[in-house]
Design a protein around this ligand. Structure first.
Ligand code: NAD
Length: 362
């Protein structure tokens, strides 16, 4: 008798999406056995695969299935064969629509440097070694969505406008996600803004301070975005949780991601009012799709985030992370993280190794 059953919608997507998702599901099944949880998996199409089969990048049925699920696991979408389609018909539109409909307002990107991979970063190992930070980015508002927007021809030439706008609840809800995450971690939040120039940032800072009052155990500090981008390179070890708006978060989360040296290692989760969505940070890597070369660890670590955040299965999440460390520590590598003296393995073999390590972990 299973202790609990979870409904998970699996959206493999395109390119290496199906390859890395298969490995995550392999590990998921072992976790179900080991931690006495039942997972009811269903699958649906998204991105290019959905365009081919259903004529749209995400169908209403898929959206409904995502809403009904306890969590969604997504591989990646996109590929050169769909690059010439108009923007609103492209594979990426399916993912954006899903994020918006599910109101996934907080995007979480943990960045940690695995000891055995510290030398693959472009920064010195002593700078990146031991990094363990989390970027919480507001995902459904701010300048990417603000109105008015657009361009026009005026008597003095071409003109374009975008609007950065936040209301207090939009700020407060993402701040709460950051403080809740910090409570499970090293209890420090750094809020990033540009309050010396922007009124929106002034409000951002004010509301974050108000939310912080409800979390007396969490330390809060503030950095301007230009300083934060320098600090990430100079001394990334100072950060625990970074919370910031959509535009700054877009840039800082990519910068933070690159501290690790490989995009194939980076998981993410997007949370909102209902089902959360977990996906690797990387895209569909059409250059290596179908060759068994993809690194499945970002996808497997995204699943670990799902265990921890959506299912409160902390032990299972920890076991998966430990298994990944162990496999890397034993010198197994996919091509993207390969270095001298290590053992090159395929995507499926990497999934098997992690699954075995979880099975043996006691
Ligand atoms: P990408 O992340 O797919 O690939 C960038 C490089 O990293 C490539 O050389 C690729 O081989 C490598 N790479 C990525 N993931 C890897 C992994 N798991 N293992 C080993 N190597 C890996 O980015 P791109 O090339 O800019 O985009 C390719 C397609 O993916 C485009 O259609 C783009 O729109 C789409 N995309 C989708 C998402 C998403 O689904 N969330 C995100 C980014 C890009």
């Amino acid at each position: 008798m299973r202790e609990k059953n979870y409904d998970i919608l699996v959206l493999e997507g395109d390119g290496i999406g199906p390859e890395v998702t298969a490995e995550a599901v392999k590990v998921l099944e072992i976790c179900g056995e080991r931690f006495n949880a039942g997972f009811d998996l269903s699958s649906a199409l998204v991105g290019g695969a959905a365009i081919e089969a259903q004529g749209v990048p995400v169908s209403d049925e898929t959206v409904q299935a995502a809403k009904n699920a306890d969590a969604v696991l997504l591989g990646a979408v996109g590929g050169p064969q769909w690059d010439d389609l108009p923007t609103d018909k492209r594979p990426e539109k399916g993912l954006l629509a899903l994020r918006q409909i599910l109101d996934l307002y907080a995007n979480l990107r943990p960045v940690s440097v695995h000891e055995s991979l510290a030398h693959t970063s472009t920064l010195r190992p002593e700078v990146v070694s031991g990094i363990d930070l989390l970027v919480v980015r507001e995902l459904v508002s701010g300048i990417y969505f603000g109105e008015p927007r657009g361009r026009q021809n005026t008597s003095s030439g071409r003109e374009a406008v975008n609007t950065m706008r936040y209301n207090e609840e939009e700020i407060a809800r993402v701040a709460r996600v950051a403080f809740d995450a910090a409570a499970r971690r090293r209890k420090k939040v750094t809020s990033v803004d540009k309050a010396n120039v922007l009124e929106v940032s002034g409000l951002w800072r004010e509301v974050v301070i108000e939310v912080a009052a409800g979390y007396p155990d969490i330390e809060l500090d503030h950095q301007f975005v230009d300083n934060a981008s320098m600090q990430l390179i100079r001394n990334p070890g100072q950060f625990d949780v970074i919370v910031t708006g959509n535009l700054f978060g877009d840039i800082l989360s990519d910068e933070a991601a690159m501290l690790t040296g490989s995009i194939g290692m980076l998981p993410s989760g997007s949370l909102g009012g209902g089902s959360a969505l977990y996906e690797p940070v990387h895209g569909s890597a059409p250059d290596i799709a179908g060759e068994g070369k993809a690194n499945p660890l970002a996808m497997i670590l995204s699943m670990a985030m799902m265990f921890e955040i959506s299912f409160e299965m902390d032990e299972a999440a920890e076991s998966v992370r430990k298994a990944v460390e162990e496999v890397l520590g034993n010198g197994y590598r996919t091509g993207d993280i390969m270095s001298e003296g290590c053992k090159l393995v395929s995507c499926a073999a990497m999934g098997d190794l992690v699954a075995d390590a979880v099975r043996k972990d006691s």
